[in-house]
Design a protein around this ligand. Structure first.
Ligand SMILES: [Zn+2]
Ligand SMILES: [Zn+2]
Length: 863
């Protein structure tokens, strides 16, 4: 296309749709046969909600910047895409959509409905990802609900079970009674709330509790060993009010004598502390609340009430019996289900657990390079406070089945052979009789695996793990993810990679922030501050969205969505488009291709370009995308467009002179800008690069331009400053920028040859002199201070001023005390006037601009 045909306006959506139809998926495939160094990205598998939200978009922009940049740097890049399918939200959605509950249809039918919904949602999200221009390797897509993937999840289960890293046990776990499933410690979120602390009489001593509904589950009363108030009753038994069973009074250092009355009741289980005491003191287990949050028969008259109803009734009964002494407000952090926000219960149930070896996880974290570095502390803090093993069993349906049967006769745990995987133990049966008793009746495990069990082997999956050995491609080079899932996805992946390979999963981890609404708050339906990527794409295109992602915040920081930043990105594209059109138009006129720059301005531009390339390369290497974009924009707008192009227009349009040096500089610079923009604004960079007839910028290597020229840097900077300063002068004098100006002499410490660029740019005769100016200071005018003259001289003011003008230069500098005004001597008021100086060079009056201490400009303004 000739540059005349280039549209004046850049239409992002037209251009982007065009390139989407041209680009081939294959161009982004990882090549297993390649000899290039590998760069494997352990991309997050998003939850297939059908809505690729702006937080995803932001995260994926970072990933795509890295993938595209690394390809240009000569790496064999794998940017796979997974889908973390299983889980409760899908089950709930299916129940809503089909207006059923999970128990209304068979397990298999329910799973089929979940799979169908999930596939539809994945399709929608893929479309948004493609529209954003993400260079995903679709040949390495994985879907965790498909047999080829969950066979690996099950294999990893068998391997860890064989090593003793997975075990089954009855142990207290966090439990959501609404979702009716155990959840991991990492899935408990905490909320502040105000509740009541109830002081009541407990068989003669006072106890304060915020959970009176747990009274039926009370198994002991504990006091501090040095609390004198309770020395006498220590070791004795107390009777639990309303329920009548006896519990021991025990002592424990962990009791806070200052809290409440200093005596606490231990229930199974009110909180983690109860679990600790229960274990340490080997106390009874009393299950008063069931998995639906309903009081059990243990609660006697309160059985079958919800725990909330039970609480109300117990308090009323205490009141009636006169044992409720008082109530006071209590601020509390309550653990809630991360999905549905229901306060969690701690229930002791038979569950499956993964052993957590904190020291191994911390050691592996040390081998990984963290960006930003401070995010590592979040993992360390989490690991160091982990007291419980990871509960991996869930009492749900749509998830990877736990590949286990139990022999009905002898209770032996039966496992499938590895080559039988995947299996569903609720459908399939063991291939051989029980090895222990020969029995042939089995019960399949109906619990399923925590979905993090699927996603925490994503890195093993993409590097080709099949259980035979540690894959050649392992570990991956980088894990990009949000800081909200450090304690889950990052933690579990490190744990699982360690257990299954003995090594750390990735060389680096890049942690990105969250996207906040333009009001600074987390995006939520209730605040009405949700922005979808589609909204941004529709109006401004993918490149503007991508630039916003890059420029909005330092890596790791949360980013506030800002339409202004998107618009700024759009404007930058408009500006760059105008620059590119200008350059392309001139490149067509090139007669002879030269491979070097000779003129000062051209050399200066190349030095500045070289500096910019260095900054951008360093920033991209350090994943500082905001810094990269800033450097590119500043260089393109200020150095290239505002300074350089204005300087060289003269040479470019001059029919007699040679534009070749300038054309070389323009071409090198536009080429480099395309390559630097390619990872961040891939469509825009491609459009310009292809118009330079250079093929696809995405198949081109990263810019490797280095140019050192100390003189050109110093003198070119001065040239640009001189032009800017004289333009400002013209502006101040209300002259048109292209209006002719007389002679400008620049006195500098250098010998400068600017190839007449300054003269052409300023429409003046600019002469560079390596000398100091011979300036003569003369009084050229008088300044009258009318605020003094008016009031003191009144009617005589006009005559006074006329008389002053007649004074000699010497008298103006040192005024006499009185002067002759039309024959009368009049006292000269203080501050009535002062001389105005001007400068002359060789008798000609000039304006003087002092640029720096050693650079002075004289302007002989003929206008
Ligand atoms: Zn829940
Ligand atoms: Zn058996």
């Amino acid at each position: 296309m000739s540059s005349e045909e280039l549209p004046k306006q850049y239409e992002p959506n037209l251009v982007e749709e065009k390139w989407l139809s041209v680009w081939k998926d294959e161009a982004s495939y990882f090549d297993p046969a390649s000899s290039k160094p590998q760069f494997i990205i352990d991309t997050p598998p998003p939850y297939p909600t059908g809505n690729f939200h702006i937080g995803n978009g932001f995260n994926w922009c970072y990933i795509d910047f890295i993938a595209r940049y690394k390809r240009m740097r000569g790496y064999n890049v794998m940017f796979p895409q997974g889908w973390d399918c299983h889980g409760l939200p899908t089950e709930v959605k299916v129940e809503e959509t089909h207006n059923i509950t999970k128990n209304d249809v068979s397990r298999e039918e329910f799973r089929r409905m979940c799979r169908e919904l999930t596939l539809g949602n994945i399709e929608k999200m893929r479309a948004t990802m493609r529209r954003c221009g993400f260079s995903i390797d679709w040949s390495n897509e994985y879907i965790t609900m498909l047999p080829e993937y969950y066979a690996k999840t099950q294999l990893s289960f068998l391997r860890m079970f064989a090593k003793g890293d997975i075990y089954q046990s009855e142990h207290p776990v966090n439990y959501c009674t609404r979702c009716e499933t155990a959840i991991a410690f990492a899935e408990v979120s905490y909320e502040e709330r105000t509740t009541k602390l109830n002081y009541f009489d407990f068989d003669g001593i006072e106890i304060a509790t915020s959970r009176p509904e747990l009274l039926a589950a009370c198994v002991a009363v504990a006091v501090h060993p040095e609390d004198k108030r309770y020395t006498e009753i220590t070791g004795s038994k107390l009777m639990v009010p309303l329920f009548g069973h006896d519990v021991p009074v025990i002592v424990d250092e962990a009791v806070d004598p200052e809290f409440g009355s200093g005596a606490v009741m231990i229930c199974t289980f009110g909180d983690k502390q109860d679990v600790y005491w229960w274990k340490t003191h080997n106390l009874d287990l009393r299950k008063a609340i069931d998995q639906q949050g309903i009081m059990t028969s243990l609660a006697g008259p309160y059985a079958d009430l919800s725990s909330t109803e039970c609480r109300t009734k117990i308090l009323a009964d205490m009141q009636e019996q006169g044992i409720l002494n008082r109530q006071e407000a209590l601020e509390q952090r309550v653990g809630t289900c991360w999905r549905c926000k229901t306060p969690i219960e701690i229930l002791s149930e038979r569950q499956w657990f993964v052993k957590v070896h904190n020291d191994d996880i911390l050691a592996a974290a040390d081998k990984i390079s963290w960006t930003p570095e401070y995010m590592k502390a979040r993992l360390e803090n989490w690991a160091s406070q982990m007291e419980w093993d990871w509960c991996i069993s869930r009492q749900r349906i749509f998830a990877t089945p736990i590949p286990v049967w139990v022999c009905d006769t002898c209770g032996e745990i039966i496992l499938p052979a590895e080559d039988e995987l995947p299996i569903d133990p609720t459908v399939d049966t063991p291939s051989a009789p029980c090895p222990k008793c020969g029995g042939t009746a089995f019960t399949g495990e109906s619990d399923v695996l925590d979905t993090w069990m699927d996603s925490s082997i994503s890195v093993l999956n993409v590097t080709g793990w099949d259980g035979s050995k540690t894959p050649d491609l392992f570990p991956a080079q980088i894990r990009p993810q949000g800081h909200d899932i450090i304690r889950t996805w990052a933690f579990y992946t490190i744990l699982r990679a360690g257990a299954l390979t003995g090594s750390h999963p990735w060389e680096q981890i890049l942690v990105n922030g969250m996207v906040l609404g333009d009001d600074g708050f987390k995006m939520s339906k209730s605040r009405g501050n949700i922005i979808s990527p589609e909204e941004v794409l529709l109006e401004h295109g993918a490149d503007a969205f991508r630039q916003w992602s890059a420029s909005g915040a330092a890596t790791g920081s949360d980013i506030v969505f800002s339409w202004n930043d998107v618009i700024a990105a759009s404007r930058f594209q408009t500006k760059m488009w105008n620059i590119a059109r200008f350059v392309l138009m001139h490149l067509e006129k090139q007669n002879e291709v030269v491979e070097s720059a000779t003129a000062l301005a051209d050399r200066w531009l190349l030095v500045r370009l070289s500096e910019t390339v260095q900054i951008v390369t360093e920033a991209m290497d350090a994943y500082q995308f905001d810094r990269a974009v800033r450097a590119i924009r500043e260089f393109a707008r200020e150095t290239f467009a505002d300074n350089y192009i204005e300087l060289v227009k003269g040479r470019l349009y001059d029919k007699e002179g040679s534009p070749d040096s300038a054309l070389y500089a323009l071409s090198v610079t536009l080429d480099a800008l395309c390559r630097m923009l390619a990872p961040i604004a891939p469509f825009f960079a491609e459009e310009i690069f292809s118009n330079m007839n250079k093929g696809s910028v995405h198949e081109a290597p990263w810019v490797a331009f280095e140019y050192v020229d100390e003189d050109a840097l110093v003198q070119g900077e001065l040239l640009a400053e001189v032009v800017a300063e004289v333009r400002r002068y013209k502006h101040d004098k209300k002259m048109a920028l292209n209006a002719p100006l007389g002679e400008v002499v620049v006195y500098t410490p250098f010998d400068i040859d600017d190839a007449n660029d300054a003269s052409a740019a300023l429409n003046a005769t600019v002469i560079w002199k390596n000398e100091r100016p011979a300036l003569e200071e003369v009084v050229s005018d008088v300044y009258f201070n009318l605020a003094v003259i008016g009031p003191t001289l009144r009617g005589a003011a006009k005559e006074f001023m006329a008389a002053v003008r007649e004074l000699s230069e010497e008298e103006l500098k040192n005024p006499p005390t009185e002067i002759n005004v039309t024959g009368e001597m009049i006292a000269v008021p203080e501050d009535a006037f002062s001389p105005v100086y001007s400068y002359q060079v060789a008798g000609e009056t000039v304006d003087v601009l002092t640029l720096r201490e050693d650079v002075i400009l004289t302007i002989q303004n003929n206008a």
